[in-house]
Design a protein around this ligand. Sequence first.
Ligand code: NAD
Length: 490
Amino acid sequence: MNIHTHNFIDAERWTGRAFFGGWDRTEAGTINVTDPANGTVLASVGLGGPADIARAAAEARAAQKAWARMLGAERARILNKAADLLEANGTELAQWIMKESGSIHQKAMIEIEHGALFIRHAATLATAPSGMFLPGMDDRENYARRVPHGVVGVISPFNFPLVLSVRSIAAALAVGNAVVHKPDPRTPISGGIIISRIFEEAGLPAGVLQIVPGGADAGEALCSDPNVAMISFTGSARGGAKVGEIAGRNLKRVQLELGGKNALIILDDADPDVAASNAAWGAFLHQGQICMATGLVLIDEKIEQAVAERLVAKAAHLPVGDPSSNQVALGPIISDAQAAAIQAIVDDAVAKGARLLVGGRGEGRFYPATVLSGVTPGMLAFEEEIFGPVACIVSFRSDEEAIALANRSDYGLAAGVISADVGRAMAVGQELEVGQLHINDQTVNGGPYAPFGGRGKSGNGTRVGGPADIEEFTQWQWVSVKSAATPYPF
Ligand code: NAD
């Protein structure tokens, strides 16, 4: 890919820079962006440190009031224009997502399509009713209205860098907040530059959106910055705990969208072909690097063999390699360290008695679709989020046992139940302690109209998307109006 042949993304504009409402150099220097498939340096962007975050937060705060005062219809127009630009330039922008995050084309296009949908959904919030009249307590009028928090800090991960950034940014902006966004330094283009460019071209007033790629130090600075009122964090449970701690200490509102160990429960009356297809998609899409990936495939022992055989056949036929060839189903794992972590979990399972049915040995960052059976509590493969293409089969003998196994997890993000009997699947599903429940579907589901989030280690009970956005990105203000001031006893 020659970055200079791309028109919209226009690398001359941002090389070595971050977006402070305009493109500028950062105090912390620059960082190279590499392709995880082959180590090629794709670009260089400005790296943000604490001083750069402080600058961005101060500039965002200065710009926020005028943005909030702007007519909602005008904010909506700008957001919809940004969505138009994302779609219109989708083919070009998807190339960056593929290169930077090791995505196959199909997954990159899902990001473009969903990114635009999230922005358009957010635009509707800008013109939604935002308050209510309250019952009278005396002769004054009382009303309550939703007002923006001020500056929202957004922190996002590498795996779906565009969607997971834009879903919070667009919702926060739509209702009148300014935003300081810190994408993962490994994916600053898909998670940052693309978003800056679409909003820049859409006519967003300068300063309202600041995008500064950086590491944990920049993220922590955002969580303690006095100009930031709320943090919207998407990432690991470990990162989220740290973010929650710092934001809490600084009395900021904090939204935590964290990891998952998501169970797909396949009951004994399920069609084995369809069930295996669901398990393969849920476990292997984007190399399993998805918070809602199917982390446990719980199968009734009566059909375990039938489903496992089909799942193995699918896994064995999924080519792994550089997505730019357009010939692969699985691209690279994001880093060598993450590839090694996947291998350690698979090795631990085998050492503790699980059976390796296919895959199980990576080559560098390329890890094949892998199926383990006989996975049981006590194995890392049962307990931990793997973030790799590993389907962990756990067998059960009754619906009750399946529920108990699924609820053992510390996480509580998503679950799926597959059965020929919808009522039975729903009866199982309603016992599961998760934020998203999918009947007759696997666990990887998301979109702009649904509230998305988890319980336990998957988050702090907050949600992003759909009806949750107004709740999360605004707060109540009570306004009382007397026709004239009246005296008090003293
Ligand atoms: P991570 O927590 O290491 O990093 C995520 C982001 O947080 C990055 O921008 C990183 O720079 C930043 N960060 C890390 N430490 C920080 C700190 N101390 N203070 C402030 N910011 C900090 O996560 P990761 O491993 O890169 O991403 C994968 C994780 O994200 C998985 O656990 C996955 O399940 C989760 N995830 C959750 C969702 C969701 O919506 N629930 C979506 C996608 C990914």
